[in-house]
Design a protein around this ligand. Structure first.
Ligand SMILES: Cc1cc2nc3c(=O)[nH]c(=O)nc-3n(C[C@H](O)[C@H](O)[C@H](O)COP(=O)(O)OP(=O)(O)OC[C@H]3O[C@@H](n4cnc5c(N)ncnc54)[C@H](O)[C@@H]3O)c2cc1C
Length: 442
C-alpha cells in the first residue's frame, strides 16, 4: 500500500504552487512534499501562456503602481528574471524585448513626464521617449498621429515570460532534490479536514477516491483557494469578483510591449499590445475586463462553485457600489461586455487599439478564442473595497491559501519565499532563506 502521508501537500501546479515546491525541495530540510493538480498537465489554468499577458511586471510600465509599490514589485519579479536566465532552457522561459508605457494627448504626455521624473532614479534604464524615439522602436505607434505622444521605455529588457514553462522548470528542478518529491496530476482535491495534528484530503485520482494526509497544506488553486479557505473557516471577510480578460490578435505590428496609462481606479491592466511569445507573427491586444460568475475561464462546471464563494452581503455590495457609482467605471464595465459580442466587439475594441496603433482597422483584428484567463479579485468586506493584487491567507494552523490575480505570476518566487518561511517555522524545519535569496539575485 502506497504511503499517502507527506509533510507538505501543495494543491495546484500553476506558477505559485510550483515556485513553492522548488524552494522547499531545494532549500529546506522538509523531506516529503507532494504537488497535486486536477488536470493532466502542469499549469493548465491562469499560468498557461494562452491565459495571461506574458509580462514580467516590474513596476516600470504599470502606471497604477506608486513608486514604492513599483520598487517592491521590481525586487519581487527580478527573482523570476534571475532564476529564468540561469536555466539551460532560459530561451523557452524568458524573452527580451523593448517595452514602453505610452501617453497620448497633452494630459497623458504631462503625466508621463511627471512619472519619469519621479521614477528616473530608481528605474534608470527607463528613458523618456519623444515621438522620434518612439518611432525608432515602434514605427507603427508613431505613424499617423494627430495628438502629441511621449513614453517611458527601454529598447531591451527581459520582460516577457512563458509562465507555463517557468512552472514546468520549477517542477523539473524540484525533482532533482534528493528527497521525496511527488508530482501527482489528475488528482483533484475534493475536501479537506483537520484530523488531530494533520490534515486529511479526499482526492479523486485516476484509480478512485483516496485519502491523502499532510502536516501542512498549501492551496495555490487560484480563485478556488478562497473556496477552500472558507470551507476550513478562513477568509470569511473576503468576497470574490472574477474578471475575465480576453484578447484580440492582429498581424505583426509591434516589436515589443506597448502599455497604455491605466485608470488608477481600476485594478485591471489597461489595454496593451505585444508580440505573442508562443505564436510567431501575431500581436496580441488586450486584456479586456469582463465580469463573469465563474472560477475558471471556459469551464462551465465552475459557475455553481462561484456562487458558493461569492460572499455577497451588505459589505460586499457597498464595495461594488463604490465601484459602479463612478460613471467612467460603469461605462468601462459596459464597454467590456460589448467587446465580447461577435463582430460588434471588434468594431468597438479597435478604438482602444488605435490608441496604440492609429492606423489599425477593425478587420485587422480577430478575437483570440480560447485565450485569456480569469482574475480572482478579492473584495475586502471589512474595508468595503475591491483589493488590488493578490491575497495570501497564511494561518498559524498549518494552512496557506494563495489567491492570485496579476501580478501573481511575476511575484511567485517572492511569495514562495514567504510561504516556505511560514511552513518551515510551523514544522520546525530548516529553511535556507538567505541561500535561496542569493541564488535569485543578479
Ligand atoms: C488576462 C490575464 C492576464 C494576466 N497577465 C499577467 C501578466 O502579464 N503577468 C503576471 O505576472 N500575471 C498576470 N496574470 C496573473 C497570473 O496569470 C496569475 O497570477 C498566475 O498565473 C497565478 O498562478 P497560480 O499558480 O496561483 O494559479 P493557476 O495558474 O490558475 O493555477 C491553479 C492550479 O490549481 C489547480 N487546481 C484548482 N483546483 C484544484 C483542485 N481541487 N485539486 C487539484 N488542483 C486544483 C488548477 O488545475 C491549476 O493548475 C494575468 C491573469 C489574467 C487572467
Amino acid at each position: 500500500m502506497q504511503n499517502r502521508h507527506y509533510q507538505v501537500i501543495i494543491v495546484g501546479s500553476g506558477v505559485t504552487g510550483s515556485a513553492l515546491i522548488y524552494l522547499l525541495a531545494k532549500f529546506s530540510s522538509i523531506e516529503s512534499i507532494a504537488i497535486l493538480d486536477k488536470y493532466d498537465a502542469i499549469a493548465k489554468v491562469n499560468s498557461d501562456a494562452k491565459y495571461n499577458s506574458q509580462t514580467l511586471h516590474s513596476g516600470d510600465i504599470e502606471t497604477n503602481y506608486s513608486l514604492e509599490k513599483a520598487q517592491e514589485v521590481y525586487q519581487a519579479s527580478d527573482m523570476v528574471r534571475q532564476y529564468s536566465l540561469r536555466q539551460e532552457n532560459a530561451k523557452e522561459i524568458i524573452f527580451p524585448s523593448s517595452k514602453m508605457v505610452l501617453g497620448v494627448g497633452e494630459a497623458e504626455v504631462e503625466a508621463i513626464e511627471k512619472r519619469h521624473k519621479l521614477f528616473a532614479k530608481s528605474f534608470n534604464y527607463m528613458q523618456l521617449l519623444d515621438d522620434k524615439d518612439i518611432a525608432e522602436i515602434e514605427p507603427n505607434v508613431a505613424k499617423n498621429r494627430q495628438q502629441p505622444i511621449k513614453a517611458i521605455g527601454t529598447k531591451s529588457d527581459y520582460c516577457a515570460v512563458d509562465f507555463g514553462n517557468l512552472a514546468r522548470s520549477f517542477i523539473a528542478n524540484s525533482k532533482t532534490a534528493k528527497k521525496r518529491v511527488e508530482v501527482l496530476l489528475k488528482h483533484k482535491v475534493l475536501a479537506t479536514k483537520r484530523t488531530g495534528n494533520t490534515y486529511q484530503l479526499r482526492v479523486k485520482t485516476p484509480t478512485g477516491v483516496q485519502n491523502f494526509h499532510a502536516d501542512f497544506v498549501v492551496f495555490s488553486t487560484g480563485a478556488y483557494s478562497l473556496t477552500y479557505a472558507k470551507n476550513l473557516g478562513y477568509g470569511k471577510n473576503y468576497g470574490l469578483l472574477c474578471v475575465a480578460g480576453s484578447f484580440y490578435f492582429g498581424k505583426k505590428t509591434l516589436n515589443g510591449k506597448v502599455y497604455t496609462i491605466q485608470n488608477d481606479k481600476l485594478p485591471f491592466a489597461a489595454v496593451h499590445g505585444d508580440p505573442d511569445i508562443c505564436l510567431e507573427g501575431r500581436t496580441r491586444f488586450g486584456p479586456t475586463a469582463l465580469i463573469l460568475p465563474q472560477l475558471e475561464r471556459y469551464r462551465h462546471d465552475t459557475y455553481a462553485d462561484y456562487f458558493k464563494v461569492l460572499g455577497l452581503d451588505s459589505h460586499a455590495l457597498k464595495a461594488l457600489w463604490k465601484l459602479v457609482k463612478e460613471p467612467d467605471i460603469r461605462s468601462y464595465i459596459m464597454r467590456n461586455f460589448a467587446y465580447e459580442i461577435p463582430y460588434i466587439g471588434r468594431k468597438l475594441f479597435v478604438k482602444e487599439v488605435q490608441k496604440i496603433i492609429p492606423s489599425i482597422r477593425s478587420n485587422e483584428l480577430k478575437a483570440a478564442k480560447g485565450f485569456g484567463g480569469l482574475r480572482p479579485q478579492i473584495i475586502d468586506k471589512d474595508k468595503e473595497q475591491l483589493m488590488l493584487g493578490e491575497a495570501h491567507i497564511r494561518t498559524q494552523e498549518g494552512l496557506i491559501f494563495n489567491i492570485t490575480p496579476s501580478p501573481g505570476a511575476s511575484t511567485c518566487l517572492h511569495q514562495g519565499l514567504a510561504d516556505a518561511d511560514r511552513i518551515c517555522e510551523y514544522l520546525q524545519a530548516d529553511f535556507d532563506k538567505s541561500g535561496a535569496q542569493k541564488s535569485l539575485q543578479s
